[in-house]
Design a binder for this molecule. Structure first.
Ligand SMILES: *Cc1c(COP(=O)(O)O)cnc(C)c1O
Length: 410
């Protein structure tokens, strides 16, 4: 594999090589370490490992070589070409988790204590929103929700409320593909002495590197585009303050117990090697689909940050390499039309989630958001006829042909 000091120039080379350590038994790929514990040569070594004097694995809840490889690869991609305040390559630490939600738990619970608040945007992943509304209050913490597409709202909230410790961003966000300006919000937060975390799941580090724009923490659901094949659940927390990551965040993670496992870490490493190729194809197809839907007579509106009429188009252009692979569109025929389109699909897949090889469609009003009162749903932009799409890597003509016949039945 690549020598440690080889000057890698391109993202795909990094995605393929970064994080790999040569195997002592010369296996080409890192073997799957299916073991709970690691043994010590003698009691002295056990003591040195526990005290941190000697690096090495102890117990798999605390980490193993497959997890380390995934962590190192994602850290390398999130910091590729990014420098710190002194102009040196940025160093961050990463902790792999069992899910995106486990990573978000560690982030929030290691940074916030009783009485603290977190400022966020109203359009967030449903699980994150639920976590903020249901779990944080039981611990004496609270979310403050504003429209962060308007940075002045962050400025006002932070100036007024010293108990806000963290600004939590997600961009692009689900399902309206709203984007917030990471750099502007990080500048405001840091001026007020607060920290900034960003959920980078929809974009991946190939399209967007929040550390470059000032974020202190980055989280991902690796379940989605990072792994890319829909065969694992995983998450990661990355942090710029390596001291904090190695102490407080590591301790919180180990005690909450949301660790990943050898097999899923191994699949993730495998999946990430093709991240650049996959994202290029996903984004190319998404642009084609968005343009096609935009001219379709049965479609009232297309939400895609690559279209110039999307309200956050310019924010997306500033901080992303390409607009992503996620879009949503609204059927003129409302709920009935949405259901008919879903029922008529012949190639694309009817499911929740995102970031797999195949194209996925979901209809929030009849699926993920059926339990949400209609008025609340509408307030978050989730209208009756809204369909969300994770555009896959099939040949574009097949995707368009399937949509064409499905929309004709609406
Ligand atoms: C899926 C998702 C999560 C949660 O991740 P899990 O792996 O399902 O726990 C968090 N944020 C975003 C943006 C997501 O899409």
């Amino acid at each position: 594999m690549a020598s440690r000091d080889f000057p890698i120039q391109g993202f795909s080379s990094l995605a393929i090589h970064a994080g790999h350590e040569d195997d002592p038994r010369h296996s080409h790929l890192t073997p799957i370490y299916a073991n709970s514990t690691f043994v010590f040569d003698d009691a002295e070594q056990g003591m040195r490992r526990f005290s941190g004097q000697e690096p090495g694995y102890i117990y798999t809840r605390w980490g193993n070589p497959n997890m380390t490889e995934a962590e190192a690869k994602i850290a390398a991609m999130e910091t590729f070409g990014v420098t710190d305040a002194s102009g040196s390559p940025l160093q961050v630490d990463a902790i792999l988790h069992a899910s995106g939600m486990a990573a978000i738990s560690t982030l929030l619970l290691s940074n916030l204590s009783k009485g603290d608040r977190v400022l966020s945007h109203y359009s967030l992943y449903g699980g994150t929103q639920d976590y903020m509304n249901r779990i944080l209050p039981t611990l004496g913490m609270e979310a403050v929700i504003r429209d962060l597409r308007d940075p002045q709202q962050a400025e006002d909230a932070l100036a007024r409320d010293p108990s806000i410790k963290m600004v939590y961003l997600e961009t692009p966000a689900n399902p309206t593909i709203q984007c917030v300006d990471i750099e502007a919000l990080a500048e405001i937060a840091h001026r007020h002495g607060r920290i900034v975390a960003c959920d980078n799941t929809f974009a991946t580090p190939y399209l967007q590197q929040p550390f470059r724009h000032g974020a202190d923490f980055v989280v991902h659901s690796t379940t989605k585009f990072l792994n890319g094949h829909g065969n694992i659940i995983g998450g990661i927390l990355l942090g710029r303050d390596t001291g904090f990551m190695r102490t407080t965040a590591t301790k919180t993670h180990r005690l909450l117990g949301g660790n990943s496992n050898a097999f899923e870490s191994w699949l993730l490493v495998n999946g990430m090697k093709t991240l650049e190729l996959r994202m290029e194809r996903h984004c190319h197809n998404a642009m084609e689909v968005a343009g096609w839907l935009d001219t379709h007579a049965a479609v009232a509106q297309v939400n895609y940050n690559g279209l110039p009429q999307h309200p956050d188009h310019y924010v997306a252009l500033r901080q992303m390499r390409h607009p992503g692979a996620m879009l949503s569109f609204e059927m003129k025929g409302g709920l009935e039309a949405g259901i008919r389109v879903m029922d008529s699909l012949r190639l694309c897949t009817r499911t929740v989630s995102l970031g797999t090889c195949d194209t996925l469609l979901c209809h929030p009003a009849s699926m993920t958001h059926t339990s949400v009162p209609r008025e609340d749903r509408l307030r978050y932009g989730i209208t009756d006829g809204l369909i969300r799409m994770s555009v896959g890597m099939e040949n574009i003509s097949d995707i368009l042909n399937d949509l064409d016949q499905a929309l004709a039945k609406a």
